[in-house]
Design a protein around this ligand. Structure first.
Ligand code: AMP
Length: 369
């Protein structure tokens, strides 16, 4: 990942891929041009790197020149194209091939065609390294296309974001989600995840998602999901993975603009951890840390029985169910410690003490991320 000005970009097309595409374009064009000496015209600034690499590969004599147009302001392709340097040589009866780094709306291309309207060239062909079909709004034919890409902002290999990034030998795409902090609060039932999440979400401006809370909300409202979940929850068992994963995805989607999330009670299985990675990946983001509250079993049982007196939660009222939830945690969930430790993302925190002290301990970990 790279940062240019205020924005984050992720690797998109490698230098090697670009080289392969250029090789293909050069071969196609050389074949079509035959024995003529073409004039390649790079459109400055963006296509300086492309033009240089392209003509180095061109196997026969050719001429190279540039015209300079300006169309981008920041991230937006503007309608207003300025011609800064036009045609500086006689192109009568010449085979002209325009080399464009990218064609998106086609506004620059329109200006190119306007420039050539009165030139008596033999033929005018357009070659572009990148092409955004979803953004293209014109009818001009594109004779040679390198790579079709989605309508997302890219930088590198001549393309810039407000002046930066042109010198990069590969191409980067803007990140969907700019910068998120995503935490997994981990630990056995009764460790204090919910209590701590309430403090941390305020402090770090994150969205707190507790799968247990979402299930309980659904149970209270007697939704189909609630009815299904109830049978598992009341026995202290886990709700099936796919049900839980679909629900979590929906909760994250509801908060698409969040700065980040605190996941509480999720993931609880390997399948859930993998689903979470996939979800984060789709947001161009990742889990930054799993922070585990470590508390002894007997303390947990005592805490949960105590909570059961006021919480109204059936699964907090019965010691057998409580012990089963703790057992399920060790049997099915604790393995996730290894999953996150392998990525250097596991942080254990002593979960015994005052609420404030524990918040401090958690904050110390988060502040270092
Ligand atoms: P909690 O409020 O996190 O203690 O969760 C209460 C109950 O909801 C659990 O004992 C499970 O039955 C169910 N549950 C919550 N989160 C999950 C999850 N990630 N996967 C499966 N079941 C869950």
């Amino acid at each position: 990942m790279i940062k240019l000005h205020d924005k984050y970009f992720k690797p998109f097309v490698s230098a090697k891929e670009i080289d392969n595409v250029l090789e293909r374009l050069v071969n196609e064009i050389a074949k079509d041009v035959g024995d003529e000496i073409p004039v390649f015209i790079g459109i400055l600034n963006g296509s300086f790197m492309l033009t240089s690499d392209f003509v180095k590969k061109y196997p026969k004599p050719c001429e190279v020149t540039f015209i300079k147009l300006a169309s981008y302001e920041g991230l937006k392709s503007t309608e207003d194209i300025q011609r800064l340097i036009g045609i500086t040589q006689d192109l009568t009866d010449r085979t002209v091939i325009i080399l464009e780094d990218i064609i998106d709306t086609g506004n620059t291309l329109k200006e190119v065609h306007r420039i050539f309207k009165n030139e008596k060239v033999k033929s005018l062909k357009i070659a572009t390294l990148f092409y955004k079909p979803e953004a293209y709004k014109k009818d001009f034919k594109l004779h040679y296309v390198g790579i079709e890409i989605p309508d997302k902002f890219i930088v590198g290999y001549g393309l810039d974001y407000d002046g930066l990034g042109r010198n990069l030998p590969e191409v980067y795409q803007i990140k969907e989600t700019q910068h998120m902090t995503n935490l997994v609060l981990f630990g056995p039932p009764g460790a204090g995840k919910g209590t701590q999440a309430e403090f941390l979400k305020e402090k770090y401006n994150l969205v707190h998602i507790s799968t247990g809370d979402v299930f309980r909300f659904n149970m209270k409202n007697e939704t189909a999901l609630g009815t299904l979940a109830k049978s598992y929850i009341e026995k202290g068992q886990l709700v099936p993975d796919q049900v839980t994963i679909d629900m979590l995805n929906a909760e994250v989607e509801k908060n698409a603009q969040a700065n980040g999330f605190i996941f509480d009670g999720f993931p609880r299985t390997n399948a859930q951890a993998q689903a979470l990675d996939k979800l984060m990946d789709s947001k161009d983001s990742q889990i930054n840390a799993m922070i585990a509250l470590e508390v002894d079993d007997e303390v947990l049982v005592k805490r949960l029985l105590e909570r059961g007196k006021t919480s109204g939660r059936k699964d907090d009222a019965d010691e057998t169910v409580i012990r089963n939830r703790i057992k399920v945690y060790y049997d099915e969930t604790a393995i996730l410690k290894d999953y996150f430790a392998a990525q250097d993302k596991y942080f254990g925190v002593d979960g015994v003490g005052s609420i404030e002290d524990i918040t401090e301990r958690l904050s110390a970990v988060i502040n270092k991320l």
